[in-house]
Ligand binder design. Structure first.
Ligand code: MG
Ligand code: MG
Length: 272
């Protein structure tokens, strides 16, 4: 059952989302060749706790860390390790925070030094598809409309949309109804309702959509070992329209990137 949130609850959720956004912003300047993902995990845990929140993933379904760290061909749910990042890697960092009883949960795929143009294109298209999907999260639409839009956008480049892992409702639980697949059919699935909050998170592979689940029970890689990208935002349905609770602004500030991609999904009252 979809649990809609009151305006007050949505403001609390925005607070949790912004802690995650700032954590990713802090990490943006730390992601570089030679750094281990375990080190980044420690930094993130400290930062989240310093901001009065709990790491949202630590202990969730027995996950042992604060961040999911998925380099290169890892899709999602990778563990932080003591293997240093190297020039040309990509690293998907998924972060959660729990504050005031509500979760924030979003993700960004970072470039480590210079990456090759083909991989850069994968990142660009995956991020574009996130906003293409968010635009369909509006009154009158259904779950399938978001998935359809994301799938169409990515498949035109020959990319594979992961089927086994999906976005989700978000609230006092990390994973609430409804499931939000990144593929689907227009006009199908649950109807969106005012006040609902979802995490929309395309997981897009450069090659096949097929994946391998590793024996550790967590790590998931692409079947063909080509790279995979992951971008995620938390979005509330307010006055029939999608409104972002999370932001990549802190990442862009740190990396010196100019972007107005979030503009259509943000009201002027929200000051970041
Ligand atoms: Mg996430
Ligand atoms: Mg999520």
């Amino acid at each position: 059952m979809i649990i809609p949130k009151t305006r007050e609850e949505i403001e609390l959720m925005r607070e949790s989302a912004l802690i995650v956004s700032k954590t990713l912003g802090m990490l943006a300047s730390e992601v570089k060749p030679g750094v281990t993902t375990l080190h980044l995990d420690k930094l993130a845990e400290e930062y989240i706790r310093d901001h009065g929140a709990e790491p949202g993933f630590l202990g969730l379904y027995d996950f042992p860390n604060s961040l999911c760290m998925s380099p290169n061909d890892q899709v999602v749910h990778g563990f932080p390790t003591d293997v240093p990042l190297k020039e040309g890697d990509i690293i998907s960092i998924d972060c959660g925070a729990l504050k005031n009883g509500f979760y924030g949960d979003h993700a960004y795929t970072f470039e480590v030094g210079e990456i090759d143009p083909e991989t850069k294109k994968l990142l660009d298209v995956t991020k574009e598809s996130l906003y293409v999907g968010i635009a369909q999260f509006k009154a009158g639409n259904r779950v399938g409309d978001v998935g359809y839009a994301i799938q169409q956008h990515c498949e035109q480049y020959g990319y594979g949309i992961v089927r086994e892992l999906v976005g989700h409702g978000l609230g006092s639980k990390m994973h609430e109804a409804p499931d939000m697949p990144n593929y689907g059919r227009r006009g199908r699935g649950k109807k969106f309702i005012e006040g609902m909050v979802v995490a929309i998170e395309p997981m897009v592979n450069m090659g096949t959509h097929r994946i391998k689940q590793h024996r550790d029970g967590w790590t998931i890689t692409t079947r063909d070992n080509k790279p995979s990208a992951h971008f995620e935002h938390d979005v509330a349905l307010i006055d029939g329209k999608p409104q972002l609770l999370s932001t990549f602004k802190y990442i862009y500030d740190s990396l010196g990137i100019e972007s107005n991609e979030e503009q259509p999904f943000r009201t002027s009252e929200v000051i970041l």
